[in-house]
Write a protein that binds this ligand. Sequence first.
Ligand code: FAD
Length: 411
Amino acid sequence: MEKRDICIVGGGISGSLAAQFLAKKHQQPCTLIDKSEFPRHKICGDGVSGWVVNVLKELDGDLPGELLAEPFVLPSYGIRIAAPNYKYVDLPFDPDAVPGEGIPPGFTAQRYHLDYFLLKKAKSHPLVECYEKTEVTGFQATDKGFRLQLNSGQKEMTARIVLFAQGAGSFGPPGINTGGNPVNTFIGLRGYYKNVAGFHAQNFIELHFLKDILPGYLWIFPMAGGIANVGIGMMKKHILKRKVSLKGELHKILNTHPLLKERFRDATEYGPLQAHAIPLWKKKEKICGDGYMALGDAARLVDPVTGEGMGHAALSAKYAAETASLSLLHNRFDAGFMHRYDEELFKTIGRELDISRKISYLIRRPFLLNTFMNKAGRNPRLAETLAASMGNLDTRKQLKNPLFYLKMLIG
Ligand SMILES: Cc1cc2nc3c(=O)[nH]c(=O)nc-3n(C[C@H](O)[C@H](O)[C@H](O)COP(=O)(O)OP(=O)(O)OC[C@H]3O[C@@H](n4cnc5c(N)ncnc54)[C@H](O)[C@@H]3O)c2cc1C
């Protein structure tokens, strides 16, 4: 039986960054296992926030610059948010950012390329052992960690610590809600389009909140190479209850929406429309236990308003790597020790996730959302704070105070 200290299940953004943090920051060997062969497609909106840029910077100061020089990356300087009454606000991510200078506050990148770039970085480190086309098909807790079954028993491996970074689905350690549960699950359908007109000159990403699909929304993200990632997301329970076809809904909106139909007049679909679950964060739940931690979507860390999951996945990778390395140093693998992971992670993102959950209740009500957006259009402080919160951790801290929202709504 092959023995390892740390095995990571899944080489997406959380898995490959955890491997890099372990190897580079903690000089800790690890084994990364993914069922796919990279590059592989990952259904996503492809919008990457400043959170990811910040984590990459912590990993290696040169990494953001190297990534942003890749041809598949398109810098983005802000977000357009449209309310059900079709009014919209344009919010720069960072009012001080100068387009074309330095590291942009956000960007878009097809996951096909982005994840491959990050996995190659992990694989190139001598302390990272990587298995692709290798599925973890089963696991069993033992008194010395876990026994992992690979490719239905073709191979077995033991690990002192397992980082579950396998994305949304029902696979994962017992007692952890890894995203298979439909109650708070969003379904996102995305496609790539050519010739979409009318983007903001600084490649603002767009979220359109529409009355019929609230608290869902439509997104339109400009991408490198003149294409756009266009998608629609709705709560799974609403799709089932209202018997909605996401594909039909998307086409209907693009053909009839007063602001969008002109912009899509000459647009053509490029590749298939594909759907995937988005496990939205609901409340603090168990995400670690004896000898294991769940990362990214496997820990349901997706922001319930924006659907952004990559930033939280990246942060979870950083904190999981830190805890795994300390755990080996102190020879402590019990759940009590592993709790350091969720404590550190939720210290950084817990309050923000709570606020997002509260906002997600607000956006279920078109009237409130229209009011909020009208205010944002007229109130520069609200507009600036909302915009900066997308990419700037310090500014996000301002959003911790619920009074902020109350003042904005009634002020
Ligand atoms: C339609 C849609 C739009 C989205 N848009 C955005 C967006 O614009 N911005 C944003 O930040 N987030 C977005 N998200 C969320 C984002 O995609 C996820 O939060 C993010 O990919 C989570 O990364 P991860 O590493 O946890 O999981 P993943 O990226 O899903 O990676 C998991 C990896 O594990 C592997 N794997 C799975 N099971 C096994 C197994 N048993 N054995 C071995 N390997 C396994 C898979 O092959 C995969 O490579 C969107 C999601 C969807 C579905």
